[in-house]
Design a protein around this ligand. Structure first.
Ligand code: PLP
Length: 395
């Protein structure tokens, strides 16, 4: 382990604060490091490995497609990407799809599409304070948290941030330059913060009234995480544009940009492209992910286990009122919101969990975030909670 840790630390740019573990294999909700220590994974690659590590059907689809055709230019058609687009369109508000390789990349695509659709002079996008949209320059500019901006100015022009939850303030920011409103139905990195129902519905109405495109960034909360295939289904509102990534490939890199035809039609040949986007191996994995999640009972089970997880975390909050204030989330993205004293100990809690073989993280400086594979069992949730209580007792 030390060898790999030391080598890595001297080879890579210093962008990640890593835990001292070299992960070598995974199965379901369990990861194993090179000393044989096992971890209960409530991070899941940041809401990526939603079917669990090395899901057999996904592995089989990857292997079969890799043996047949691993890459071809988007100058030609392939079956896996067509199958994936068909599934995405059949199960969402959208009529059209563009495939890319990551969350930030599809958010870039969404920004370009919204600007092209807005037309000359209408380029400004309003996003929300506390949001997270990626690490490229434009998506950093869209991100409503100053700590991601620092050191990278000047950021691209045309992004403004509205205070969270204040519809009147948001409306005041709309001008002749505005082309879109961009938001996550539930802020993940911002601390597991769902948008209040009336707020999100109000944003939809503002977009309709002012002729703006509504963009939902479902990179983290889309693909079954909340107990519905897409988080917007909880709110009874549909976007005009949506982005997906993390869980779509269960670990293979993929992003999807979806839109209604009237909006998508603003892109014409030459406007946007990606060399790797729609790669057949990655799309074969994503098709299997979609089919598995759409199978009878899968999403209902996510809802049930999400309620179970939330209930257990609520118990922890009641047991340790000095550290935890409550629980919020949807389905299997749940946050244990910490008190100010607890938040000061957030990093220590995550370290204590790690030492006890549980992976979790601290989001937005306010909440412990639990985003296990969607196949997590009640007994694995119980085991995680036991170790969490153990950590809290030491603080
Ligand atoms: C992770 C995330 C992104 C960025 O995705 P990458 O694949 O890391 O570029 C964008 N938006 C949200 C909401 C995310 O959680």
């Amino acid at each position: 382990m030390n060898n790999i840790k030391e080598k890595s630390d001297s080879l890579f740019m210093n962008t990640y604060g890593r835990f001292p573990a070299v992960m070598v294999e995974g199965k379901g909700c369990i990861l194993k490091d090179d000393t044989g220590k096992e971890y209960l994974d409530f991070v899941a690659g940041i809401a990526v490995c939603s079917l669990g590590h090395c899901h057999p059907a996904v592995t089989a689809a990857i292997v079969a497609q890799a043996g047949r055709l691993a890459h071809v230019s988007n100058l030609y058609y392939t079956l896996p990407q067509t199958e994936l687009a068909e599934l995405l369109v059949a199960n969402s508000f959208a009529d059209r799809v563009f495939l890319a390789n990551s969350g930030a990349e599809v958010n870039e695509g969404a920004i370009k599409l919204a600007r092209k659709h807005g037309g000359p002079g209408r380029y400004e996008i309003i996003s929300l304070e506390g949001s997270f949209h990626g690490r490229t320059l434009a998506t950093v500019a869209a991100t409503g948290q100053a700590r991601f901006h620092k050191g990278f100015e000047p950021l691209p022009d045309g992004f403004v941030h509205a205070p969270f939850g204040d519809l009147a303030a948001l409306e005041k920011m709309i001008s002749a330059k505005t082309c879109a409103i961009l938001c996550e139905p539930l802020q993940g990195e911002g601390g597991v913060r769902p948008l209040p129902l009336e707020y999100l519905q109000g944003i939809r109405k503002l977009c309709d009234r002012h002729g703006l495109a509504l963009i939902f960034d479902e990179v983290q909360v889309g693909m079954g995480r909340t107990g519905r295939l897409f988080a917007y289904e909880h709110f009874g509102v549909e976007p005009d544009i949506m982005t997906l990534a993390k869980a779509l490939g269960n670990g293979l890199p993929i992003g999807a940009l979806l839109a209604r035809q009237e909006v998508a039609a603003s892109f014409t040949p030459g406007d946007h492209a990606s060399t790797f986007g729609g790669n057949p191996v990655v799309c074969a994995a994503a098709v299997t992910v979609m089919q598995t999640m759409l199978a009878d009972g899968f999403l209902d089970a996510v809802t049930r286990r999400g309620e179970y997880l939330a209930g257990r975390l609520q118990g922890v909050a009641e047991q340790f009122p000095g550290l935890a204030a409550g629980v919020r989330g949807l389905g299997l993205i749940q946050g244990l919101v910490l008190t100010p004293r607890g938040a000061g100990l957030g990093a220590e809690m995550v370290k204590g969990l790690f030492a006890r073989g549980v992976l979790a993280n601290f989001a937005g400086g306010v909440a412990l975030r639990f985003i296990p594979p969607l196949v997590v069992s009640e007994s694995q949730i119980d085991e995680m909670v036991n170790r969490l209580q153990d950590v809290f007792r030491t603080l």
